[in-house]
Design a protein around this ligand. Structure first.
Ligand SMILES: NC(=O)c1ccc[n+]([C@@H]2O[C@H](COP(=O)([O-])OP(=O)(O)OC[C@H]3O[C@@H](n4cnc5c(N)ncnc54)[C@H](O)[C@@H]3O)[C@@H](O)[C@H]2O)c1
Length: 466
């Protein structure tokens, strides 16, 4: 897509015609390229590159491939097998061989013909890839949580704002009816004055990559429970078995990127990087961009946040293969005397989001919703339905529509930033072992230099966050 066509409202084809540059189209151009197969013509399509083909990248890309006015032309990954799968999928969809492959996202971002990118890489890479994209004037569909640290999130927000980019976050729950309806019930005051919010997230670890059984089978006498990986520490016999050379298809050095170099252990790389703080943030940060995002929507806190945060967690040894907190409970103080509890592994806090007010309550999760008056989900009484929240049919279509209209998406970058901050601050509070105070406007931790240091992380050379 020609960027100027969106800013001026004139498509490339009309521009060429208007300037007399339009030429007779040779007959060898396929009908699909001319938009005669029911798809938009190329000049009207948003040209997209995708970065990261692991668990989430293929799903996001599949949605893009189903959108008439988007065309995926480039894919980037550090794992040759994953990259090949991306090419096969994308070229298979368009029945051509046009998708270009990239190992270095910077080369892809430098392409002037790419309008937008979808980024689904592990958290250690979010900030570098997203800021590079924004600085190269790409619009961005980026995954949650916004980044691995609050400082990185601030850098992304700034790059997106400075470059006037459209941003959509992968917090797709906002595009689902029941989540919106639950937030609207709260925003229209049906539960009275909001006093308390509960955000229930998963606990422990989940072997998404299914790499644990193979490894556990090699450990003499070890239980076959994947949680055992949260007990295996350096220099133990099991650790020595777990460390292997990286496979030839993966550029592991680049995969570690700005994080600390660590020995390769398959069970903490693809998908399971979440369970080691070197790359990810455990269940808390994996899910905060979903259920806390929805909590904030109902609370009208998309650009606001907590002032006091106190977290307690149970951590494996800091150098274990999986070292992220298994069970955690965080209490947060919000404006207007609202308290929030974010918890994983506590039976009194249900998975999902629950808002409790002076006159009722509402609960929502994937595939479930409930309320003190369930009729609210059927119909909010017309006389009380003053706040109607942003409604979309498809999260990805909303991104593409906004790239064209230059209007904000349903989950812009500032929203993603604020949705993840309670998780980051909760983790920091757990790590320093005390309550911390947060200045929402200045975005600084007050009177606590040790906690303040954890707002950022050192970058491994040569990577630098601009
Ligand atoms: N919105 C959702 O529901 C949802 C669900 C799952 C994951 N996610 C998010 O998607 C992101 C990716 O998670 P995942 O589970 O797909 O991870 P994954 O490990 O399965 O896949 C990540 C892919 O990125 C590649 N990669 C890593 N660094 C790269 C770089 N610098 N350049 C190019 N490619 C690189 C890896 O080789 C891998 O193929 C995370 O932010 C995660 O939180 C979102």
């Amino acid at each position: 897509m020609n960027k100027s066509s969106f800013s001026s409202g004139i498509s490339r084809r009309r521009f060429l015609a208007a300037t007399g540059l339009a030429v007779t189209v040779p007959t060898i151009i396929p009908a699909s390229a001319l938009g005669q197969d029911g798809r938009k013509s190329p000049s009207e399509r948003v040209v997209v590159g995708v970065v990261g083909w692991g668990m989430q990248g293929p799903g996001n890309t599949n949605e893009l491939l189903g959108i008439n006015d988007a065309q995926v032309v480039a894919a980037c990954d550090l794992d040759k097998n994953h990259l090949q799968q991306a090419l096969d999928k994308i070229n298979g969809r368009y029945k051509n061989q046009d998708c270009k492959s990239y190992h270095d996202y910077r080369e892809m971002m430098a392409r002037k013909d790419i309008d937008a990118v979808m980024i689904a890489v592990p958290d250690n890479w979010h900030a570098l890839v997203a800021t590079e994209a924004a600085n190269n004037k790409k619009d961005i569909y980026g995954e949650k949580p916004l980044a691995r640290t609050i400082a990185e999130q601030q850098a992304i927000v700034k790059a997106v704002q400075d470059n006037k980019r459209i941003w959509q976050t992968g917090s797709w729950q906002r595009s689902q009816g029941p989540f919106r309806k639950a937030a609207e019930i709260v925003r229209n005051g049906l539960i009275g004055k909001l006093t308390r919010v509960e955000v229930g997230l998963p606990s422990n670890h989940h072997d998404f990559a299914k790499t644990a059984p193979e490894l556990l089978a090699k450990f003499p006498g070890a239980p076959r429970n994947p949680e055992y990986l949260a007990k295996v520490v350096p220099d133990s016999p099991d650790w020595k078995i777990a460390v292997t050379p990286p496979p030839p298809e993966l550029d592991y050095e680049r995969w570690i990127g700005p994080a600390r170099m660590e020995p390769y252990i398959k069970a903490r790389v693809h998908m399971n990087w979440r369970w080691n703080y070197n790359i990810g943030g455990g269940q808390l940060l994996d899910w905060i961009g979903h259920h806390c995002d929805i909590a904030h929507w109902g609370m009208d806190m998309d650009n606001n946040g907590p002032s006091e945060i106190e977290g307690k967690g149970e951590f494996p040894p800091a150098d274990a293969i999986w070292n992220t907190c298994g069970k955690y409970r965080i209490t947060l103080k919000y404006p207007e005397d609202i308290t929030m509890t974010i918890a994983g592994g506590y039976s009194d806090i249900q998975d999902g989001t629950k808002w409790i007010g002076t006159e009722g309550w509402v609960y929502v999760n994937r595939g479930k919703y409930d309320a003190s008056n369930i009729d609210w989900f059927v119909k909010i009484p017309e006389d009380r339905y003053k706040v109607k929240l942003y409604q979309t049919k498809s999260h990805m279509q909303n991104f593409i529509d906004c790239v064209k209209s230059r209007q904000p998406t349903i989950t812009p970058v500032e929203t993603a930033h604020h949705s993840a901050i309670p998780g980051h601050l909760g983790l920091i509070s757990m790590l320093v072992g005390r309550k911390i105070k947060w200045d929402v406007t200045k975005e600084v931790i007050l009177d606590d230099p040790e906690a303040t240091k954890l707002l950022t992380r050192p970058y491994r050379e040569p990577w630098k966050l601009a």
